[in-house]
Design a protein around this ligand. Structure first.
Ligand code: M6R
Length: 631
């Protein structure tokens, strides 16, 4: 959670609009409060507000409030907060100061030993003004400088004392031409121009300056200094302060500024829902061989034997990524016959799982590649001797670096907090993985080819699904938001169950209403008690081999006066046309296991339009942040 940014330039100018724009590009990381500190006229000046920068930080107003020098200034830091320690409030918003207001710090992460450090500092006479974990940092730097250390040494000694995770940026009036950053566990990188360096938690904040950057790895720090008309940088490590590390400059190729703008859509989420056909095409591109009917996954090439010999698979992930893993598990079991166990990462990391690491392999799935529970699960799995593989979207992210190998999801930057295109990209990878495992275990070349040929049709069918269903979905959401709907359940069987779970998660996140998801056959064992005229049951039931059973369950719901929406294919729609149900028709597929790829689209739209009808913020649902880097 949280996003930090720091800018240092040898060319004095008003950096406020730049910091604000970078913070807006980091809003997906957190947006409950925001703040900027600038070093101008020999003093650090700060503005903090509760809310997201796009709402509460008009650059002109903020420049006025900061009384920015006409000649400009060279140093600024900014922060978007997503509260973990201390509620969202003005006092808790970053940047945080020491007692004198001469040191300003912005921090992303969690300091686990902040209470102990605070007690020591209070005994030494420091006064705290917030309830955050972060505030110990400027006070500790101040304390160490009082004891005679330079700003840099005080900063690095403080970083060494911190337990937990951090990406930090520090400025001080004591050295007005310098900016320091350091990281452990939280992402941090910087982009370099001749007269300006910009450091941030994510490349999104840097892309308007440059698409070349240097990412820091854990325990690395960087010192930026204005020298004449240039800004220089030096990278070192916290455990060997004097050693200089030379790191190559990397170029961002997996996303661009276009990815982080709405591109004509009214929201990021809508843009991302509609991007799914092209994302799917990109994700599978070059990753299969039409002739052999096999998947070709370059990232796994050095682990062919491990994959071939695996007797079991364990998936670990959270939220939407877990739901994608559940679909993946169903695919692998059904196509390749390998048993798959799917664990929620926050459970897996603390529990005993009686599997043998010798022949069980782990797939960790994550959009951000930063999720703390998933990252810790991978570390724990490695400690236990498992081989770990990743299905990760963000290139070079912490989980991507931690796993033994993996396949990138290639969904591009996902800004909407509710995950949509990352989900279908993750599914795409699981289809390819399932084909790969299956082709090593009995699936014939013809079967592989048939599946691949249908996967190739999916982008067009996704486009058709979105175009054909959105109006109908809007009409339904208008009708149901006008009624007193008390209960909404998403139901299906087999591979459709995790899709129903994902639909319920999307619905909860966006509408703030409780939604259930069950295997349809389970309804009669309890959940049917909630069905009445104020309930909606959304049933995922393509015309597959369980259609008759599904129809039977549907009739039970109707007999209890429940409202029913059915997501089905053309044949299913035909069959149900006499029933008193609302039908959303998706294209017919040859292979029933592929339906999740189409079913999820009207369900994402359903949650989206329902939330809009309720007046909710669809890109930034309340209480949620895009990446959950804390427990
Ligand atoms: O970045 P990750 O995929 O690891 O994130 C996992 C979950 O936090 C995430 O999927 C969350 O459930 C989304 N908000 C779902 O829309």
């Amino acid at each position: 959670m949280c996003g930090i940014v720091g800018i240092i330039t040898s060319e004095k100018r008003n950096l406020v609009p730049e910091i604000v724009s970078s913070l807006i590009n980091l809003e997906y990381r957190g947006y409950d409060s925001t703040g900027i500190a600038i070093l101008d006229k020999g003093a650090i000046k700060r503005v903090r507000r509760v809310g997201a920068p796009s709402d509460v930080f008009p650059p002109e107003e903020i420049s006025k409030e900061l009384d920015v020098s006409e000649s400009g200034f060279s140093l600024a830091v900014g922060h978007n907060r997503w509260a973990t320690h201390g509620k969202p409030s003005l006092e808790n918003a970053h940047p945080h100061f020491d007692c004198t207001g001469e040191i300003a710090v912005v921090h992303n992460g969690t300091i686990l030993n902040h209470e102990t450090l605070k007690q020591e500092l209070v005994k030494l006479g420091h006064t705290f003004t917030s309830t955050t974990d972060t505030e110990v940092i400027p006070h500790m730097i101040e304390q160490k400088m009082k004891e005679g250390l330079s700003l840099k040494d005080a900063f690095l000694d403080t970083a060494a004392l911190l337990e937990g995770s951090f990406g930090l940026a520090v400025i001080s009036t004591k050295e007005p031409g310098k900016l320091f950053i350091v990281k452990r566990g939280s992402p941090l990188l910087f982009g370099i121009l001749k007269n300006t360096i910009i450091a941030a938690s994510s490349s999104n904040a840097i892309l308007s300056y440059t698409n070349t950057f240097i990412p820091l790895t854990d325990c690395e720090y960087a010192e930026f200094a204005i020298k004449g008309d240039e800004v220089t940088y030096r990278i070192g490590t916290t455990f060997n302060k004097n050693q200089t590390i030379n790191k190559p400059v990397e170029t961002i190729t997996d996303h661009s500024l276009a990815d982080i703008s709405k591109g004509g859509y009214e929201s990021f989420m809508k843009k991302e829902i509609h991007a799914q056909p092209s994302v799917f095409r990109t994700t599978i591109l070059g990753r299969y061989d039409e002739k052999t009917g096999d998947a070709v996954l370059g990232g796994l090439i050095d682990h062919e034997d491990t994959l071939r010999n695996a007797k079991g698979i364990l998936t670990v992930a959270c939220g939407t990524a877990h739901n994608a893993s559940l679909v993946g598990g169903a695919l692998i079991e059904s196509l390749a016959g390998i048993p798959v166990r799917s664990e929620i990462a926050s459970e897996f990391r603390y529990k005993k799982v009686p599997l043998d690491p010798k022949d069980t392999i782990i797939f960790a799935t994550s959009q951000s590649g930063e999720t703390a529970d998933t990252l810790e699960s991978v570390k724990e799995a490695k400690r236990k001797g498992y081989k770990t593989f990743g299905v990760i979207n963000v290139v070079g992210s912490a989980i991507a670096e931690e796993v033994d190998a993996g396949v990138y999801a290639r969904a591009g930057v996902e800004v909407g907090v509710a995950s949509t295109k990352a989900f279908t990209a993750q599914l795409a990878i699981f289809y390819l993985l399932a084909i790969k495992f299956a082709r090593e275990r009995g699936m014939t070349a013809q079967e592989g080819r048939a599946l691949i040929s249908e996967l190739e049709q999916i982008p067009d069918l996704m486009m058709k699904t979105l175009a054909d269903t959105e109006k109908r979905v809007i009409a339904l959401t208008e009708r149901y938001t006008a009624k007193n709907i008390r209960v909404i359940n998403f139901l299906g069987r087999g591979i459709n169950v995790p899709v129903a779970t994902e639909a319920a998660l999307k619905f909860k996140e966006l509408t703030y209403l409780e939604a259930g998801s069950y295997p349809l056959g389970e309804l009669k064992h309890g959940p049917i008690a909630v069905i009445d005229e104020n309930s909606v049951s959304v049933i995922l039931m393509p015309h597959d081999e369980l259609f008759a059973q599904n129809k039977n369950s549907l009739e039970q719901i109707l007999s209890k006066n429940g409202n029913v929406i059915v997501i089905t294919d053309e044949l299913g729609a035909q069959n149900l046309k006499e029933q008193n149900v609302d039908i959303i028709t998706i294209p017919t597929l040859k292979h029933p296991l592929l339906y999740p790829l189409l079913e999820i689209l009207p369900l994402q739209l359903f949650a989206y339009h329902y939330a809009l009808a309720l007046g909710n913020n669809v890109d930034k649902p309340r209480n949620l942040a895009k990446s959950v880097t804390v427990e």
